[in-house]
Design a protein around this ligand. Structure first.
Ligand code: HEC
Length: 162
């Protein structure tokens, strides 16, 4: 028998042994006699749980990446009040004159395009809020001097309007 075949035969043997170990687990005395089989089992179990821990850590990281907030949505909501966006827009959760100069911002997060041309990504939204004239100099939404930090928080709030 060559070495690999032997190795395979051995691992098959180990499997039988661990199966045996499980079978015998009802009887504590017999099980302790079969210590070697159990330690293989234990090693495998440890290895597997270490692998699981690593994988779930990775998954958690990825979930964290995806769920990472753009900015502070609650603060963004206050800023919308401060900048007076409701003078021209109907905005959910915002009290105000419910102006109709601009389009209502209901479900803005689910819209594909903003300002008629821009793909609705957080980056484009932040750019739009800071300079609505970026794609069309005649665009009637005024430049309100929104700062980059404020644009981030306002975008976080608008992103919540699915
Ligand atoms: C003086 C009126 C006015 C004010 C104030 C104003 N907007 Fe606008 N806004 C507009 C108009 C008009 C448009 C439409 C522009 C276009 O599509 O060319 C618009 C478009 C938008 C859009 C794109 C909507 C879409 O569906 O394409 C967003 C988002 C937006 N405004 C957010 C805001 C936010 C946030 C504020 C406050 C920081 C604000 N606006 C303040 C008039 C205003």
């Amino acid at each position: 028998m060559n070495q690999r075949a032997e190795g395979r035969a051995q691992s098959a043997d180990a499997r039988t042994r661990s199966a045996e170990g499980r079978g015998r687990s009802a009887d504590g005395r017999v099980r302790s006699a079969d210590g070697r089989g159990r330690s293989t089992d234990l090693r495998q179990l440890l290895l597997r749980s270490a692998l699981c821990a690593l994988l779930s850590l990775l998954a958690a990281c990825k979930a964290h990446e995806q769920a990472q907030p753009i900015g502070d949505a609650a603060h963004g909501k206050q800023l919308i009040d401060k900048y007076g966006c409701a003078a021209c827009h109907v905005i959910p959760q915002i009290e105000g004159p419910k102006g109709m100069v601009g389009p209502p911002l209901e479900h803005i997060a689910s819209r594909q395009i903003i300002g008629g041309k821009l793909t609705n990504t957080p980056q484009n939204m932040m750019a739009w809020l800071q300079n609505p004239q970026m794609i069309d100099p005649n665009n009637s939404m005024p430049n309100l001097g929104v700062t980059p930090a404020d644009a981030r928080d306002i975008t976080a709030f608008l992103e919540s309007l699915k």
